[in-house]
Design a protein around this ligand. Structure first.
Ligand code: HEC
Length: 122
């Protein structure tokens, strides 16, 4: 029920050009959902992705990151649409030693859609 309410709210709230991307992205995000939420400040196995855009990697105070992710943030990695797209394609290639056990998304559209989904929560 709750998911249904959110879906309806999104469908009404989203602009026409983005509606499709966000709802497609919500489906892609199901693959992240075991470890992440994006709509609230709750950490699961992975850190919350709420308000991710503009956040430096490995800096969320409530979450214990791997040394690799902390180092990446110190080296200047900030999450935006571009860095996130690169990361999601092959997490371990971009942040060597990350604890995120996810092989990556192969399709450009899936990556763009899931970023549109995450970006709406700010
Ligand atoms: C099996 C669990 C798992 C899955 C599936 C997963 N992640 Fe992660 N994710 C993690 C963990 C654990 C970390 C922390 C990594 C570290 O500290 O090295 C992380 C870190 C991240 C970060 C960095 C956050 C920050 O604050 O620096 C982003 C962004 C991210 N994940 C996005 C995603 C997205 C989007 C998906 C789905 C396409 C996904 N993850 C799938 C477990 C997962």
């Amino acid at each position: 029920m709750r998911i249904f309410v959110i879906a309806v709210a999104l469908a009404i709230g989203a602009t026409a050009s983005h509606a499709q991307d966000i709802s497609a992205g919500e489906k892609v995000f199901k693959r992240c959902l075991v470890c992440h939420v994006a709509d609230k400040e709750i950490n699961k196995v992975g850190p919350t992705l709420f308000r991710l855009n503009g956040r430096a990697a490995g800096t969320l105070a409530s979450y214990k990151f791997s040394p690799a992710m902390i180092e990446a943030g110190k080296a200047g990695l900030v999450w935006d649409d571009k860095t996130l797209a690169q990361y999601l394609r092959d997490p371990k290639a971009m942040v060597k030693g990350t604890r995120m056990a996810f092989a990556g998304l192969k399709k450009d559209k899936e990556i763009a859609d899931v970023i549109a989904y995450i970006d709406q929560f700010k």
